[in-house]
Design a protein around this ligand. Structure first.
Ligand code: NDP
Length: 263
């Protein structure tokens, strides 16, 4: 299938590791130009260098940006316009989850989590909306979590924020139509830096990586028996962002190995 991304520009937030990096790599493999951002400048530069070696520097723009910083996001949009002259798609992927119950989530933690989940969508969408609309093929593909539909008490504020974001995206799929399609993926458990950090902080430090991940998949009762790989989530994001998904908007694709229990 031709995704129709050759020479098109796509922005990927949170692209210095995990799902975002896998999406950037796949987009470049499809012949797209890619604008990547993340907060950590050093890791982003290293990733951009690797990608440039593989795909050529002329199709890559990497800029350190915190997606919660309005001025930085606007500056990134200006840089994309100056370098590539516009963009067809925005992949809103930056972020991380917060593990906490209601009892141990204070007001500031709630505010921080709500700000991260909402404004990591709102700020890039505001900044890139005009150029996406002008492209004639505008698309937004957002990384969201299965927690939006299947909340977990040990991730209470993340789950709640995820549900709100899904509502926001659904509203936007109507408000921004027909010029911009808006879709999302619902991630279950994908092996990325987030899980690596939790593995490193494991209670039993003698447990091997393979054993820890296998125990996690069993504990979570994942029917496919393992965590997902970043590229497995990225493929769905890239498809939704591409002109190949031209009649899909307001939709979500679940990437969870079958772990959801709702129909
Ligand atoms: P990673 O930690 O591997 O990647 C997260 C990326 O986002 C990094 O590039 C990070 O770089 C960047 N980032 C984080 N915060 C910001 C910010 N404020 N501004 C710009 N960039 C930022 O994790 P994943 O690949 O797993 O995560 C991708 C998305 O998927 C996240 O939104 C996450 O919440 C979501 N998700 C992941 C799940 C999983 O099981 N892996 C489950 C459900 C959802 P830096 O820190 O340098 O900014």
């Amino acid at each position: 299938m031709d995704l129709g991304l050759t020479d098109k520009t796509v922005i990927v937030t949170g692209a210095s590791s995990g799902i975002g990096l896998a999406a950037a790599r796949q987009l470049l493999g499809e012949g797209a130009k890619v604008a990547l951002c993340a907060r950590g400048a050093e890791r982003l530069a290293a990733v951009a260098e690797d990608l440039a070696a593989e795909f050529g520097a002329e199709r890559i723009l990497a800029q350190p940006v915190d997606v919660l910083n309005e001025a930085a996001v606007n500056g990134f949009a200006e840089a994309v316009a100056a370098r590539f002259g516009g963009a067809v798609a925005l992949i809103n992927n930056a972020g991380q989850g917060r593990v906490s119950t209601f009892a141990d989530t204070d007001d500031q933690a709630w505010r921080d989590e709500l700000e991260l989940k909402y404004f990591s969508q709102i700020r890039p969408i505001r900044a890139f909306q005009a150029m996406l609309a002008a492209s004639g093929q505008g698309a937004i593909a957002a990384t969201n979590s299965l927690l939006a539909y299947q909340p977990e008490p040990h991730m209470v504020c993340t789950s709640s924020a995820r549900a709100g974001v899904q509502s926001l995206l659904k509203s936007l799929s109507v408000e921004l139509a027909p010029k911009i399609r808006v879709n999302s993926i619902l991630v279950g458990l994908v092996d990325s830096n987030q899980w690596q950090r939790r593995f490193e902080a494991r209670d039993d430090q003698s447990q091997s990586r393979d054993d820890w991940y296998a125990a996690l998949a069993a504990k979570k009762k994942i029917p496919l028996g393992r965590l997902g790989k970043p590229e497995e989530a990225a493929r769905a994001l890239v498809f939704l962002a591409s002109p190949a998904a031209s009649y899909i908007t307001g939709a979500q694709i679940e990437i969870s190995g079958g772990v959801s229990r709702y129909i």
